[in-house]
Design a protein around this ligand. Structure first.
Ligand SMILES: Cc1cc2nc3c(=O)[nH]c(=O)nc-3n(C[C@H](O)[C@H](O)[C@H](O)COP(=O)(O)O)c2cc1C
Length: 201
């Protein structure tokens, strides 16, 4: 059974347009008997940002070899996933802080990446990350104003995940009369991507 890790950072919950798209994508895998879906709702995520105390605590655990500590549960879970789906609205030209905090907790040497004194290497099992988002402003994929996907793409490379795909809808707040159509089109693209990925499995 393959594991899809669904990182749901759709903070507006049922009002979220991003979530309409990501649920359609993940539902394709929920219907496939070869996949199990683990959902992490980041709004309920208890982790703190990596402040002085958290950093020292984590370093001490690593130095003592206490890698079974629950501090590392999210890094362990992320590293073991076969497919990672990140759903997050576009906030302040990038990702919501809760998603950044999540990745601070996931990005741990020995779990998601390794370092041998000279080189870094990715340790994650997944071969693909799919990032699903919506933007309020007229910011197309590839715009220099779009600073969410470059960050997530860099993380996939760092973690050893070879493929990165993005499904987006944009201009939703500046063209509200067209928003429903834009979300519907992105939803269809997401389902098509999921179908293609399943055919390749
Ligand atoms: C706190 C906050 C910050 C936002 N920052 C941006 C932004 O920098 N650029 C942008 O295009 N839209 C921005 N938006 C608009 C959202 O990207 C847009 O409404 C999106 O569709 C929200 O996704 P959701 O419906 O899944 O919550 C922001 C919205 C909120 C609530």
């Amino acid at each position: 059974m393959k594991k899809l890790l669904y990182i749901d950072c759709c903070i507006r919950g049922e009002q979220s347009r991003t979530k309409i798209i990501s649920e359609a994508f993940v539902n394709v895998f929920r219907r496939d008997r070869n996949f199990s879906v683990e959902t992490l709702e980041l709004d309920k995520f208890p982790a703190s940002p990596l402040g002085h105390y958290e950093y020292q605590h984590r370093e001490a655990l690593l130095a003592q070899g206490r890698t079974d500590d629950s501090v590392f549960d999210f890094a362990r879970q992320f590293a073991a996933a076969d497919l990672v789906v990140v759903a997050a609205p576009f906030w302040d030209m990038g990702i919501p802080a809760k998603l950044k905090i999540y990745f601070e907790n996931v990005s741990v040497c020995g779990f998601t990446f390794g370092f041998d004194g000279e080189r870094f290497s990715g340790l994650c099992n997944a071969s693909q990350m799919v990032y699903i988002t919506t933007r309020g402003m007229d910011i197309a994929d590839g715009s220099v104003m779009e600073q969410a996907s470059p960050y997530l793409y860099a993380l996939t490379k760092f973690f050893g995940i070879d493929n990165f795909d993005m499904v987006s809808a944009y201009g939703l707040d500046v063209r509200p009369s067209e928003a429903e159509q834009a979300v519907a089109e992105a939803r269809a693209r997401a389902v098509s991507l999921a179908d293609t990925m399943l055919q390749r499995c």
